[in-house]
Ligand binder design. Structure first.
Ligand code: ZN
Length: 69
């Protein structure tokens, strides 16, 4: 496995499971409760972590064009 954190695109991989990641957002309050600020994890790992902490999440999907690239 390549060094995920050393990748030139660290956000493309989940730092927990190493699988490809998508660009996604969670509410800051939830993120700060479950993650380190600079950490990058995928939605599935986020949900698993929430479950372990007794938080039941529901994901909704909004797909928008990223105009920053
Ligand atoms: Zn993951």
């Amino acid at each position: 496995m390549k060094n995920i954190k050393g990748s030139s695109y660290p956000e493309n991989f989940c730092w927990q499971c190493g699988n490809p990641n998508v660009t996604w957002y969670a509410p800051n309050e939830l993120w700060n409760k479950l993650c380190k600020r600079e950490e990058i994890i995928c939605p599935l790992c986020f949900q698993k972590r929430a479950n372990k902490n007794g938080i039941n999440l529901i994901f909704t999907t909004e797909v928008i064009q990223n105009t920053k690239n």
